[in-house]
Ligand binder design. Structure first.
Ligand code: ADP
Ligand code: F6P
Length: 324
C-alpha cells in the first residue's frame, strides 16, 4: 500500500440515484479491509464546506445495499464552482486528515472532484446518475433501476390507456439525454419515442401515426417523451384536438429516482466502489471509474469530460422498426 493514503472519505453529489448506497458500502468496507480510516461526508460539497464529516465503520453501512437514495444525503452546491471555495474544501479535507475522496455523482460532480484534485486531495469519481449521460462509461449507477421503475409504471398506464382507447404521452426523466426514454420505448413497445437527440419536432408525423394505428385497430397509442423534449401536457392537448382521440399526459417524475436498486445496480456499484478505493491506494487521482466494453476501467477526469456519447443510430432505428 502506498504510504500516502491513510484516510479516505466518500460523498454523494447531484441528483440521487438507486445504487448509491451500494457504492458507499463498497467504499467503506473496501477501505476498512485495506486498513484505511474511512469517513462519510454528508450532503455533497455543501456538507464538505459545513464540515458535516463522520467516521464510518463497517456496521454503519449494514442493511443499506437494498435501499434507494443515499444515506449520506446529497446536494447541488453552486458555490463549489468558485476556485476559492474549492480551495477551502481541500483545506477542510486536510484539517480532517482526509487524503483521498470518492465522489459519487455525474459530470458536474466530477468538475468538483477535479478541483479537489487540483488542490492536492486525491480524488476519484464514480458514475452515479439515472440519466446514463456520462460519456466515459456505458453504465451509470441508478440507470437500470430507473428504467425498470419507469417500465413498470408505463405498463400500468398502458392498461388503462387501452381500456379507454386513449393516446398516452408518458414523460420520463433524463435531463438532456434520451436513454431512459429509448430503453422504455423499446421495453414497453411504445408506438412513438421522442428523444432530444433525434426528435425533429414534426408533430404532424406523430398525429398521422396515431390515425394510421387507429385505422389498423390498435386500441392504444403510447408515446414515450423524454424530459429533454418536454411539453407533454401541451402536446397532449394539440394531439387530442388534431386526432379527436382522447389524449392524456403522465409525467413520471421523481418516482424514477427512488426505490430499491436492481441487482445490476447493486453489483456494478459494489465493484466500482471497491475499485475507486483500490486505485486511490495505488496513488491515482483525478480519475473516474467507468465500464467500457465489458470491463471496469479508470479514465482521467479531463479526458472523461471531453468525451462524446450519442444514442446509437442502429438501436434508434430498431425502436422505429418495432413500433409498427
Ligand atoms: P451531476 O453531478 O449529477 O451532473 P450537477 O451538475 O448538479 O449534478 O453537479 C452536482 C454538483 O457538483 C454541483 O451542485 C456542484 O456542487 C458541483 N459542480 C458542478 N459543476 C461544477 C464545477 N464546474 N466546478 C465545481 N463543482 C461543480
Ligand atoms: O440527473 C437526474 C435527474 O433526475 C434528471 O433526470 C432531472 O433532469 C434532474 O435530475 C432533476 O433535478 P432536480 O432533482 O434538481 O430537480
Amino acid at each position: 500500500m502506498a504510504d500516502k493514503i491513510k484516510t479516505i472519505a466518500v460523498l454523494t453529489s447531484g441528483g440521487d440515484a438507486p445504487g448509491m448506497n451500494a457504492a458507499i458500502r463498497a467504499v467503506v468496507r473496501t477501505g476498512l479491509a485495506r486498513g484505511l480510516k474511512v469517513k462519510g461526508i454528508k450532503k455533497g460539497y455543501a456538507g464538505l464546506l459545513n464540515e458535516e464529516i463522520i467516521d464510518m465503520q463497517a456496521k454503519d453501512v449494514s442493511d443499506i445495499i437494498q435501499r434507494g437514495g443515499t444515506i449520506l444525503g446529497t446536494a447541488r452546491c453552486l458555490e463549489f464552482k468558485q476556485p476559492e471555495v474549492q480551495a477551502r474544501g481541500a483545506e477542510i479535507c486536510r484539517k480532517h486528515g482526509i487524503d483521498g475522496i470518492v465522489v459519487i455523482g455525474g459530470d458536474g460532480s466530477y468538475r468538483g472532484a477535479q478541483a479537489l484534485s487540483r488542490n492536492g486531495i486525491n480524488t476519484i469519481g464514480l458514475p452515479g446518475t439515472i440519466d446514463l449521460d456520462i460519456s466515459c462509461t456505458d453504465y451509470t449507477i441508478g440507470f437500470d433501476t430507473a428504467v425498470n421503475t419507469a417500465m413498470d409504471a408505463i405498463d400500468k398506464v398502458k392498461d388503462t390507456s387501452s381500456s379507454h382507447e386513449r393516446c398516452s404521452i408518458i414523460e420520463v426523466m433524463g435531463r438532456g439525454a434520451g436513454y431512459i426514454a429509448l430503453w422504455c420505448g423499446i421495453a414497453n413497445g411504445a408506438e412513438d419515442i421522442l428523444i432530444p437527440e433525434k426528435y425533429d419536432f414534426n408533430e404532424q408525423n406523430i398525429i398521422n401515426n396515431i390515425i394510421d394505428n387507429r385505422k389498423k385497430g390498435k386500441t392504444h397509442h403510447i408515446i414515450i417523451n423524454a424530459e429533454g423534449v418536454g411539453h407533454s401536457q401541451s402536446m397532449a392537448k394539440r394531439i387530442e384536438a388534431a386526432t379527436g382521440i382522447e389524449t392524456r399526459a403522465t409525467i413520471l417524475g421523481y418516482m424514477q429516482r427512488g426505490g430499491n436498486p436492481t441487482a445490476t445496480d447493486r453489483y456494478y456499484a459494489s465493484i466500482m466502489g471497491a475499485k475507486a478505493v483500490d486505485i486511490l491506494i495505488e496513488g491515482k487521482t483525478n480519475r473516474v471509474v467507468g465500464h467500457q466494453r465489458g470491463e471496469f476501467v479508470d479514465i482521467d477526469i479531463e479526458e472523461a469530460l471531453n468525451m462524446d456519447k450519442s444514442i446509437d443510430d442502429y438501436e434508434f432505428e430498431v425502436s422505429k422498426l418495432l413500433s409498427v
